[in-house]
Design a protein around this ligand. Structure first.
Ligand code: ADP
Ligand code: MN
Ligand code: MN
Ligand code: MN
Length: 333
């Protein structure tokens, strides 16, 4: 065939949490995927009387599901005058990333999520609850682990797409999992995260399972789902003092960050279940009850990175990495 399939993927205008949309364009071989458009009135990005919005390709990778020459095309949403649409959080990040380029920021994000089948988490009993949390984290065996086939297929797809995919683990709540993307510059890691999320939804679709990023999918004594955001500047990779200064900088902007770290953060950051209350800011070595953790190897080696444990699973990586870059780099000497 002399054509290939390009799957255009973009973030919609859903509130309070933007979702992914996608559609396919057949493109002639040898041609780049062009600028395209869509009906913004169906995605909360336009009014019906002036509904056209523009899709601008910004990142492409092989399509691991369709294979062959087919590709995935991550897009920014623009207005018809080619200015970034108000829902285009990527455009805001690229400006900040460029401004602080000399700090050489790296990010590694841990994406937690939960599989659902209908209204309950995958593998949970129809009536009542599974045994209390203990054996599930990094567990093995059909009584403790639900959805591993999807997780394996998703991991292979991310690798085949060439994403900066680092690993997976089963989480503390049954049917909850994690994958990590990194470590790299904020724009690349965030682009890869959105593609990895799309692949997760798309692959789980084939199993009749939905993956949710809800930060507290089951109320009560069950862990929430976060997106721990690990980061370093060049200086932090050289000195623990710079790591501590970065933690202090985050403390100075705690409220701004909490307000932008994902809808429903108050339900997750309760002070229980390995979290620090959203009302408080604390940092410490090895402390999983802190807002920001300095990993023990970092304390031992006297340099490295820190982990912001506050972002929720449903956060937008373009927003979170922009805020951290701004807060930390504007104060770094
Ligand atoms: P844990 O579950 O113990 O919190 P993970 O192994 O799941 O940790 O994730 C660690 C994350 O830290 C990875 O995403 C990795 O890319 C990131 N990371 C490691 N070193 C650095 C660094 N120097 N700068 C930024 N991120 C880093
Ligand atoms: Mn982890
Ligand atoms: Mn985790
Ligand atoms: Mn973590």
């Amino acid at each position: 065939m002399s054509v290939y399939k390009a799957e255009y993927i973009w973030m919609d205008g859903a509130e309070p949490t933007q979702k992914l949309r996608c559609k396919t364009k057949i493109v002639k071989k040898g041609k780049e995927p062009p600028i395209w458009g869509f009906d913004g009135s169906s995605t909360n990005q336009a009014e019906g009387h002036a509904s056209d919005r523009v899709l601008k390709p910004v990142f492409t990778c092989p399509d691991p599901i369709r294979g062959g020459d087919d590709i995935l095309v991550l897009c920014e949403v623009l207005n018809i005058d080619m200015t970034p649409h108000s829902t285009n959080t990527r455009a805001k990040l690229t400006a900040v990333a460029e401004k602080y380029k000399s700090h050489e920021m790296w990010y590694g994000i841990e994406q937690e999520y939960t599989f659902f089948e209908g209204i309950k988490p995958l593998g949970w009993p129809d009536n009542g609850f599974p045994a209390p949390q203990f054996g599930y984290y990094c567990g093995v065996g059909a009584d403790e682990v639900f959805g591993r086939d999807i997780v394996e297929e998703h991991m292979q797809a991310c690798l085949d797409a060439g994403l900066m995919f680092e690993g997976i683990n089963a989480e503390v709540m049954p049917a909850q999992w994690e994958f990590q993307i990194g470590a790299g510059d904020p724009v690349t890691v965030s682009d890869h995260m959105w593609i990895a999320r799309w692949l997760l939804y798309r692959i789980a679709e084939n199993y009749g399972v939905s993956a949710t990023l809800a930060p507290k999918p089951v109320k009560g004594d069950w862990n929430g789902a976060g997106a721990h955001t690990n980061f370093s500047t060049k200086k932090m990779r050289e000195s623990i003092v710079a790591c501590e200064n970065a933690a202090k900088a985050l403390g100075e902007e705690h409220d701004l960050h909490i307000a932008n770290y994902g809808d429903g953060i108050e339900d997750r950051l309760t002070g229980k279940h390995e979290t620090c209350s959203y009302k408080q800011f604390k940092y410490g070595v090895s402390n999983r009850g802190a807002s920001v953790r300095i990993p023990w190897q970092v304390a031992v080696e006297g340099k490295g990175y820190i982990e912001d444990r506050r972002p929720c699973a449903n956060m937008d990586p373009y927003v979170v990495t922009r805020l951290i870059t701004n807060t930390v780099c504007s104060r770094e000497k």
